[in-house]
Design a binder for this molecule. Structure first.
Ligand code: KDG
Ligand code: MG
Length: 404
């Protein structure tokens, strides 16, 4: 039996903050997990360091399900982003270890490849419609088969999804205090269909088109958006309303055939249960790192399969390369894969995280290195200490706080 002999937490900021858990076994095998919770990183680091790492020492490193249940049920206090991100980090580190011991990539342990590669979508944005079109072109030229489109709304200073500068990564978290963005639902609803029309007019229908509403609409507003986008055959609209109110999706559903995706802030199978079993959504966007790791996310996707709901895992740049790689393994192996978000990571991450995934012709593959296929360089990580960074807040034109 290989026991856990060490568990350490590393907070590093190669451009943005990442929290990494490293577990070592009595056989000298190491595994890593992502414990990053954007803007609340130190809470998870403390949860792990102060309350979880001491409990791991001496446990059998190969009893993944047992350790998951021990941390989930044993704490008494269940669910929530901090707890579930911490459990996810332990879970992924243990799957990494199991893969290394077996000499197999994680996707082989999960049943092997169910497809040749994982379709990913890139993030096109623009301050104007012509800029957005140029950016969509850039992704299509690189072989992407799916593109998310977000354009600035005329009259608003800054809205969700506007990339600053070049590259692929949209990184909204910065500054030691949250910045303030502005919002006007009417202006947004009037404008979005016009730029989706421009995208389809220029590039046609030979690729998948996606859009993130980022929780900003009421149910009836979301219904109107879905209807108005039907001619542009969206792959999905995401987070149309804040998903605490799950009945809202029933109302949206009754009005539109535009597919609905939700779940990037969900933490457990229970957050997904109602939406899946009532067939209120088409894609579930829960992530490895925020929804309890491979062990829990696999159960979410298994629950979704008989209801015709497909996966659409969150893959923003604040999910470290560790959980992104784990997501690729899961995507490759499940029957009901839908789409994987790929926002890429800010340049500089490669110094800390050496990855083995590949991208070709719009498809990603996690690679065949044993485990999850990401190496963590502790010395490089130590060169980039934690730097406080917060997500923005959102205000309406009259100053009211709105959903961001
Ligand atoms: O940390 C928050 C981001 O991950 C989120 O704003 C990104 O909505 C997002 C997306 O779809 O990638
Ligand atoms: Mg989103």
């Amino acid at each position: 039996m290989a026991t856990i002999t060490d568990a350490t937490v590393h907070v590093t900021c190669p451009g943005r903050n990442y929290v990494t858990l490293k577990i070592t076994t009595s056989d000298g095998v190491t595994g890593i997990g992502d414990a990053t919770l954007n803007g609340r990183e130190l809470a998870v680091a403390s949860y792990l360091r102060d309350h979880v790492c001491p409990l791991l020492i001496g446990r059998d490193a190969h009893r993944i399900e047992d350790t998951w249940q021990y941390l989930y049920k044993g704490a008494y206090w269940r669910r929530g982003p901090v707890t579930m991100t911490a459990i996810a980090a332990v879970d992924v580190a243990l799957w990494d270890i199991k893969g290394k011991v077996a000499g197999l990539p994680l996707y082989q342990l999960l049943g092997g490849a169910a497809r040749d590669g994982v379709t990913v979508y890139g993030h096109a944005s623009g301050d104007t419609v012509p800029e957005l079109l140029q950016d969509v072109q850039r992704f299509l030229d690189r072989g992407f088969r799916a593109v998310r489109a977000q354009a600035a709304v005329p009259g608003l200073e800054r809205v969700y999804g506007q990339r600053k500068g070049g590259g692929d990564t949209y990184e909204p978290a910065d500054g030691s205090l949250p910045s303030v963005e502005d919002w006007d639902t009417g202006a947004y609803l009037d404008f979005v269909p016009s730029y989706m029309a421009a995208v389809r007019e220029k590039f046609g229908y030979g690729f998948q088109l996606l859009h993130d509403v980022h929780h900003r609409l009421t149910p009836i507003e979301a219904a109107r958006l879905g209807k108005s986008l039907e001619p542009y055959r969206m792959f999905w609209i995401e987070d149309a309303t804040p998903a605490e109110d799950q009945e809202a999706f029933d109302l949206i559903r009754r009005h539109t055939t535009t597919p609905l995706a939700v779940g990037e802030i969900f933490n457990s199978v229970f957050d997904c249960q109602h939406l899946i079993t009532r067939r209120l959504i088409d894609y579930v966007r829960a992530s490895v790192s925020h929804a309890g790791g491979v062990t829990q996310l696999r159960k979410i996707f298994a629950l979704a399969e008989p209801y015709g709901v497909r996966s659409g895992s969150h893959g923003a740049g604040d999910l470290s390369p560790v959980s992104f790689a784990a997501a690729l393994h899961l995507d490759l192996s499940i029957p009901n894969f839908g789409m994987q978000e790929y926002m890429a990571h800010l340049p500089g991450y490669e110094e800390v995280f050496r990855t083995s995934w590949t991208f070709e012709d719009g498809l990603m593959h996690p690679g065949d290195a044993p485990g999850i296929g990401v190496e963590f360089d502790e010395d490089a990580a130590a060169r980039y200490p934690y730097s406080p960074k917060y997500l923005p807040v959102n205000r309406l034109r009259d100053g009211s706080v709105h959903d961001w």
